[in-house]
Design a protein around this ligand. Structure first.
Ligand code: HMG
Ligand code: MG
Length: 284
C-alpha cells in the first residue's frame, strides 16, 4: 500500500461532536475546547453550524462561539450552513469558510434538512453566489456514502454523482461521510473507485464515524486511494441527531496513532488532543 506523505486533519469535534450531546455546553466551554484543540496543532477546526435552532439546539450559539475565536493567520474555522439564512448569519460574524451538506440518500436528506437532494442544490445556488462574491471557501459534505439509516445500502454511483454536482457548483473539497459508520473496507473500496472517476482525489476528504469500530480499517483504504484530508473528533465525540445509530466520529487520537504507525506526517500532538478531549468530556 502507498500512502500520502502528509495528511490534513480536520477537527469536527466542536460541531459534529457536540451537536448530538444532551448536556448543553456553554459558549465559554466550547471556546476553551477549541483553544485546546488549536494548542494541539489542529489548524482546521469546524466551529459550529448555522442551522435551525429548533432542529439542532446544541448549535444555536454558533455565532457567539465564532465571534470569540482568535482569528490568527493559518487557522481555519469552517461552519455548516444549510441555506441562505445560515449563510447570511455566518457572514454577519465574518466567517471565511463554510460547509454545505447534502447526502447520497433521499430519505436521509429529507430527515436531516427537510428537502430532496435536488432541492438541497436549489438552496445551495444562492449560497455559492454569495460565497463567490465574498471569497468565502465552501466545502461540500455528502452523507450516507457507505449506507443510510433509512434506506440501507447506497450505490457508489449515487455518491459519485452528488460529489460531482458539489464540485461543479464550486466546492473546493468534498467530504465523504460514512454517517452511521456502517462501511467496511470492501464497500469503502467500491465507493472510492466510483467517486474518483468523478472527482480528483486531491479534492476528497474522508469523514468516517466509528460506530462499529471499523473507521480505521476504512481509513487505510482511503489513504491508499490517496485521500489526504481526514475528518476527526477529539475523544471520538459525535453523531448526527437525524441518523439513528450514528455514534462518534473517528477519534483524533486514534487517527494520529494510525498515521504515526504508517509514517504519515500530520502536525498534531496526540497528548494535547487527549487533554482537549478530557476537558470536554468533563462537561458531558
Ligand atoms: P425547514 O423547517 O424546512 O426550514 O428546515 P424553513 O426554511 O421552512 O424554515 C423554518 C424555520 O426555520 C423558520 O423559523 C426559519 O427562520 C428557520 P420560524 O419562522 O419557524 O421561527 N430557519 C433557520 N434558523 C436558523 N438558521 C437557519 C435557518 N433556516 C431556516 N439556517 C433546515 C430546513 C435546513 C433549516 C433544517 O432542516 C435544519 O436546520 N437542519 C439541520 C440539520 C443538521 O444540522 N443536521 C446535522 C448536521 S449534518 C451531519 O451531521 C452530517 C455530517 O457530519 C456528515 C456525515 O457525518 O455524514 C455533516
Ligand atoms: Mg458526521
Amino acid at each position: 500500500m502507498s500512502y500520502p506523505s502528509f495528511v490534513e486533519i480536520v477537527e469536527v469535534g466542536p460541531r459534529d461532536g457536540l451537536q448530538n450531546e444532551k448536556t448543553p455546553v456553554d459558549v465559554a466551554t466550547k471556546v476553551e475546547f477549541i483553544r485546546l484543540l488549536r494548542h494541539a496543532g489542529l489548524k482546521v477546526i469546524e466551529a459550529g453550524a448555522f442551522v435551525s435552532p429548533k432542529w439542532v439546539p446544541q448549535m444555536a450559539d454558533s455565532a457567539a462561539v465564532y465571534a470569540a475565536l482568535p482569528k490568527d493567520e493559518g487557522m481555519r474555522y469552517p461552519v455548516l450552513v444549510p441555506n441562505m439564512q445560515g449563510m447570511q448569519a455566518a457572514m454577519a460574524v465574518g466567517v471565511r469558510e463554510v460547509a454545505i451538506f447534502t447526502a447520497a440518500s433521499e430519505s436521509f436528506t429529507q430527515k436531516n434538512i427537510n428537502c430532496t437532494i435536488d432541492e438541497s442544490f436549489v438552496r445551495f445556488a444562492p449560497v455559492m453566489d454569495l460565497a463567490r462574491a465574498h471569497d468565502v471557501r465552501v466545502r461540500g459534505y455528502v452523507s450516507c456514502v457507505l449506507g443510510c439509516p433509512y434506506e440501507g445500502a447506497v450505490a457508489p454511483d449515487a455518491v459519485a454523482e452528488v460529489a460531482e454536482r458539489l464540485i461543479k457548483i464550486g466546492c473546493f473539497e468534498i467530504s465523504l461521510g460514512d454517517t452511521i459508520g456502517i462501511g467496511t473496507p470492501e464497500t469503502t473500496q467500491a465507493m472510492l473507485v466510483a467517486v474518483k472517476k468523478a472527482v480528483p482525489v486531491s479534492q476528497l476528504a474522508a469523514h468516517f464515524h466509528d460506530t462499529y469500530g471499523r473507521a480505521l480499517d476504512n481509513l487505510r483504504i482511503a489513504l491508499d486511494h490517496g485521500i489526504a484530508v481526514i475528518d476527526v473528533a477529539a475523544g471520538g465525540l459525535g453523531g448526527c441527531p437525524y441518523a439513528p445509530g450514528a455514534l462518534g466520529n473517528v477519534a483524533t487520537e486514534k487517527v494520529v496513532a494510525l498515521l504515526d504507525s504508517l509514517g504519515v506526517q500530520h502536525g498534531i500532538n496526540a497528548q494535547d488532543v487527549a487533554k482537549a478531549a478530557n476537558y470536554i468530556r468533563g462537561y458531558l
